[in-house]
Every structure is written in C-alpha cells, then in structure tokens.
Design a protein around this ligand. Sequence first.
Ligand code: PNW
Length: 498
Amino acid sequence: MTTLQFPEGFEWGTATASYQIEGAANEGGRGQSIWDAFSKTPGKVLEGHTGDKAVDHYHLYKEDVKLMANMGLKHYRLSISWPRVLPTGFTDHVNEEGIAFYNNLIDELLANGITPIVTLYHWDLPLALQTEYDGLLGGKVLIDAFAAYARLCFQRFGDRVKQWLTLNEPWCSAILGYGNGHMAPGRKHKCKTETYEAAHNLLLCHAHAVHVYRTEFQAAQDGKIAITLNCDWREPKPTEDPAEAAQNAEAAERALLFDLGWFADPVYFGDYPEVMKTRLGDRLPRFTPEESALLKGSSDFFGLNHYGTAYIEPSDAYLAGAECGLEGEIWEDVGVKQSSDDAWLRTDMGWNAVPWGFRKLLMWIHARYAPAGGIIVTENGCAVADDNQAVAAKDYFRVNFYRGYLAEMHKAITEFGVDVRGYYAWSFIDNYEWAFGYTKRFGLHWVNYETMERMPKASAIWYGNVIRTNSLALEDEYNRKSPEGNAAVASAPVATSY
Ligand code: PNW
C-alpha cells in the first residue's frame, strides 16, 4: 500500500467566491456589481443564468459550514463581495448588514475549527465604479477605492482573518474582461491596449492594498497578504526536429511569461518581463520607480490557481488561441498556438487533465521566483458532468483527477524541493461558473438547484480523508476504478467561452 505523506502543518482547504455562491443579490443592502449587469445582458451567459440566487449561501451559510466540518475541513477560502459591504464602491457608505454577514460567517467558521483565508476581489466590482469611473481602466480612482475597501476589511475582519488575498486571477479580469469580452464587463473592441491598462491598474491596486496592510495592520494583526495568479502549464509541443523543438521551447516560455510573468514579475522583480516590453512596445504601460518599489516583494506567499496544460508552438496567426476556445485578437500578442494530446483526459470544461503539468508549473515557479513564504495552491479542480445525483455519489473522475494532481504536487515537494505549503480544492460546492452559468459543476458537494439541497460527493469524503491523514493513499477503493462518465467527459467539446 503506497501512501504519500505531506509535510507537517500542510494547509488543506477548499475554495469559493462570493458571486458564485452567495445569491441574495438584492438583499441585505447589497449594491450591484458588474456581474449582475453582465449576467443579465442577453447572450453573455449560457442559458441566461445569473447569480441572483446562486446556491443561496447567504442564507444557508451555517448549513454549509456544517458540511465543511463534517468533511473534516480545516481551511476555507472565501471572497468578500465588495458591493455587499460598500454598495457604491466607496467608503462613504458602509453597509453594516453586509459587514455583519461576513462577521457571522467568519465566526461560524472559527467556531467549527475552520481557518478562513479571504480574497478581497474575486471579480464582482461595484457597478458604480464601472459606469462612473470606467472600471478597471479607472486609474487613481480605482486604486484609491480599492485601497480604502481593503483598509475597511482589515479594520473589520483582520482581528480574526490572518491570510489575505488581494486579487483573484488578474489575468482573467484583464484578458476575459477586456481582451475577448467573455467575462464582465465584456469589453473587447480596444483589447490591444485596454487589456494591458486593466492589468496595470490591478497590479497597482494590489500593491497599494498590501502597503495599507503592511504599514497600518500587519504588526498588530500578525497576518499574511498575497496575490493569487492563475496559470496553465505550457509544454513545448513534442517534435523530432531539433530546430523546431528549440522554437517550441522558446514559445512555451514566452507563453508562461505572458500568462504568469505578466503579474508575477512585477510582484517579485518590480517590472514586466522583457519579452512583453519588446513585443508590446508602447501598448504596455510602464511603472514609475516608486510604483516598481511598491510592487517588488509585495506578496508574503505565492498564491497559485491551476487548471490545465496545453502544448505550445510558435504562431503569428491571428486568432492563434481559437482552438482552445480562447479566440480573440489579443492572442497574436503572445504569438503561440495551443494544442492538446489525444491521450489526455478532458474535464467537462474541455480543459486537459494533465497532472504532471501541474508539477512542472510548480517547479517553474520555484526556479524563477523561489517565493518567500512558499507556494499556496489557492485553486485546483475540475468540472464533471455529474448533474445527476447517482453519478455525483460515485464521482470517480473527480477523485482520480485530485489523486493525480496531489500525487504530482507531492513529487514536486519531496523529489524536487518545491516549497508548497497549502492546497485548496476548487470548489467546496457546485456553483455559478461565470459565463457557463450552472451548467458546469466543480463542487465537492452536489447541489439540487431547485431545492438547494446539498449532498457530499464521493470526492468530498475522499478529500476529507486526505485532510485527516495529511496523506494520499494511492491504493484505496477508488484506485483504477473505471471513471464513471469518463467516456463522455473525455470527449467533451472544447469549451466555447473563456
Ligand atoms: C477560476 N481560463 O476561473 C476562478 O478563480 C473561479 O472563480 C472559477 O470558477 C474556476 O477558476 C473555474 O473556472 C478561471 O480561461 C476561468 O484559463 C478561466 C480560466 C482560468 C480560471
């Protein structure tokens, strides 16, 4: 029986985000966010789904914390809805009902032995900031508003919250919000400039919020603050031809720098990667020396969200990313073409499940940034077409997905010395998958969207066992079970959005 033991004190958790689970969109004094507007715009979200009700976590949070405690969860990543605490985005009007909701939730978690890690911005920008101040293009207004919002959260919750994440996946906010328009606010017609401006402003939002925490709160509250970045692994497309192999390797490295280096280089080195400066010229905003200094070293650990892997080769083709459902003019900036291996399993998103790609990404981050505070994987998981309760009860595909990814993470730690300190499964519960509405299920808990009834999937019980033992048993009852529904999942069409 092979059992992989994880380092003592390893932080195991699950993750969610406010707009995806809370619902109660028009209750408790909550203001509107860009996702309320986007989801109600015809044609933007599959089947016109909105987060109005989501999984009603706002009302059912106690039941949800009970489910967490039942599975043995010790850490839980949640996000605060900016418009629920500040309906207009600004601190001139604090919604005390919203503050009370998060106070109650945090207290309930702590009472059940669960430590919260809190994301400040997981994409639900107050709508007023979009309509009046151009959203993520809003420059100083946006940055000051975010710093003030962050300060309020540190003031009100920082006595109990000791781990903060400023932004979730700014790559998605910039590329999907301003590059191809697949996510709120859904812009794309000036993608060649706005994408980079949005990202630039987000980086400055992060840096200023961290500055507020470090100068006003960290000494007294003794917590940590970081940013969380998403990246798929980019594997050079295999080829027999040595010249082509070298070009593919260079293209894969460039893709990693455009995806992850875009944000991680400023946070760790104070500036964008050289290859981005060269290829984008004046379209890439520049940091002043003061901004650069504020950014450099602005993360107490490396927050990483990871989902899949793709082969990469160079290509100057317009719409180079189209094959992966990532169509859009913006892709010619990177100059790569993505593809998949027929042997790879696909999740219900059409994303490639390639566990070794996760290990290679962890190793790449370790080699380039050697991040102080280590890496905390703040999201990893898969969508499975388990909308039927019987399939969810077995959940072989998801268990095998996690088994593979955890085994490779273990290898990164033990064989390659990568400093990984935590792992959060996405997601605790089935929820609103953005432009895919409720059609994609990422949860460890199944939800009946009519009755809001919850049920732990087999993966919740299995993952609970990993948490309790701090180890991964490679030969348990799920091992090598033909993954129920795998055939359907493996041949799922490539996602048409994102
Ligand atoms: C992340 N991509 O989104 C988010 O943080 C979650 O809110 C979301 O539910 C989860 O992953 C699953 O999608 C992503 O296109 C969306 O590469 C798109 C991409 C990556 C992450």
